[in-house]
Write a new protein. Structure first.
Length: 459
């Protein structure tokens, strides 16, 4: 990338205090490339770069920075510079910044905004956290049904410079009620004397300001739009959401889910910048919980101590049985949680999923069971490691694998439904949690099957 390619030269210019050359260089840069450079250079140099940037470029670059870098810059820059940046930021990106800061800091920064921008910022912050209202921007272009195409194009040229996007224009009545949305290409390809009403079809989709971020992600995915209008309870147009904001939300959601899958609390900040002891605290809680759960495995093994002492050969296959059950449960949990996140299944589908996973568990378990049996049979042809009752040992391992894999599959697939029904995040049923549950119950299944096949011989 541009920033990483010439970073040493930039830092050399900063060290030489050659600000004239730096200004000339940065004027040709794109905001996203500047943001990448700033993320890679020492913190003490970031403020220097920002002081050299033109106001518009500084505001645009600021929007691409990570939250921790933004916070550091706010502390390093003068109040005048902070005010210029905040007033030039797009309202949705500014809201994302303000909601991450402590209340006293947010209050102070709101005081630096112009009267008009402060009203917009306060309006967006008034919406519930993680709602569509927090993501939207009021920077859109609305038009009237009776206008001609020529009127519309003139209006876009006059008012479109600072708008979030010009790809879609929104038709409203005198009360501000949304009537339709029309892509700009329709106006570019239509006769200048045609009216907006001639291009309207009434087939538009809108979000409510109180909808959740997850609803917005699903709507963008379903309708394949680059922007969607946001209305209030009276169906009046109050803002729009663009696809870049929704992509950020989807990335954050996916990051949280992946971290939970790994058996940790969500970090809520980049791994490279999170303080060491905060990261330890977030990881330790789940590790301790899983460790306590695994203690039940030792308890279960203690309950079958006599059987193990009589048939030591059973202990050889404990890792095989436990890992197979945990792996099947982790597979099922991952597939179901992802399907829930994508909207492919809902709570009403639990019975259909259970039936499917019963057959899946039986099929997978039988496959592993057959492999396990023939593995024991093959070894017994060349050695006596499994004793004279190797066929019964093979049946014990084979049928145990069927039971454990079936149980792991059912546990992994049904736990997300149970958690969602209780109002919890399905991602909490992460792979380690399912694996721990199946480890304990898998031992009970294994030794119960062993008692069934080996009673009167080894047991």
């Amino acid at each position: 990338m541009i920033g990483s390619l010439i970073q040493p030269e930039i830092q050399e210019l900063i060290a030489q205090r050659d600000f004239t050359t730096l200004r000339e260089v940065f004027n040709d840069w794109q905001p996203e490339d500047l943001a990448e450079l700033i993320a890679d250079i020492p913190e003490q140099d970031t403020a220097i770069i920002f002081r050299l940037l033109p106001q518009k470029l500084a505001a645009a670059t600021f929007e691409f920075l990570e939250a921790d870098v933004q916070t550091s810059l706010l502390e390093a820059l003068s109040q005048e510079q902070v005010a210029l940046i905040l007033n030039d930021m797009s309202p949705d990106d500014r809201t994302a910044l303000l909601e991450e800061l402590p209340l006293p800091v947010t209050t102070h920064l709101l005081g630096l905004l112009s009267h008009e921008e402060r009203i917009i910022a306060q309006m967006l912050l008034a919406y519930p956290e993680s709602s569509v209202g927090r993501l939207m921007t009021p920077d859109f272009i609305d038009i009237k049904a009776e206008w001609t195409v020529q009127n519309v194009l003139d209006h876009v040229r006059q008012c479109g410079h600072d708008r979030e996007t010009l790809n879609v224009l929104y038709v409203t009545n005198d009360d501000g009620k949304l009537l339709d949305d029309i892509r700009i290409r329709e106006f570019l390809l239509s006769p200048l004397e045609a009216t907006v009403e001639d291009l309207m079809d009434g087939q538009f989709v809108a979000l409510s300001a109180t909808d959740t971020e997850d609803v917005a992600v699903q709507m963008f995915k379903k309708h394949n739009r680059i922007a969607l209008p946001v209305v209030n309870v009276n169906k009046q147009l109050i803002g729009i959401i663009t696809v870049d904001d929704v992509l950020n939300v989807a990335e954050e959601r996916d990051t949280d889910d992946i971290q939970r899958f790994g058996g940790t609390e969500t970090l809520d900040e980049p791994y490279s910048t999170i303080p060491f002891f905060r990261m330890i605290r977030k990881r330790a809680s789940w590790l301790i919980l899983l460790f306590l759960g695994e203690m039940l495995t030792a308890t279960a093994m203690g309950a079958f101590e006599e059987e193990i002492s009589k048939a030591v050969v059973l202990a050889l296959f404990l890792p095989l049985i436990i890992s197979s059950g945990g792996n099947s449960g982790s597979q099922a949990a991952t597939l179901i949680i992802r399907a829930m996140a994508l909207g492919e299944i809902t709570l009403r589908d639990w019975w259909r999923v259970m039936r499917r996973e019963i057959f899946s568990g039986l099929t997978l378990g039988t496959t592993l069971g057959i492999i396990g049996f023939f593995r024991i049979a093959a070894w017994s042809m060349f050695s006596n490691v499994y004793g004279e009752h190797w066929i019964l040992v093979g049946f014990t391992v084979g049928f145990s694998l069927v039971g454990v894999v079936l149980w792991g599959t059912l546990s992994g697939s049904m736990l997300p439904f149970l958690l969602k029904r209780l109002g919890a995040d399905p991602a909490t049923s992460s792979a380690p949690f399912v694996a721990t549950l199946v480890d304990v119950t898998g031992l009970i299944i294994y030794f119960s099957v062993g008692l069934l096949f080996l009673r009167g011989t080894l047991l």
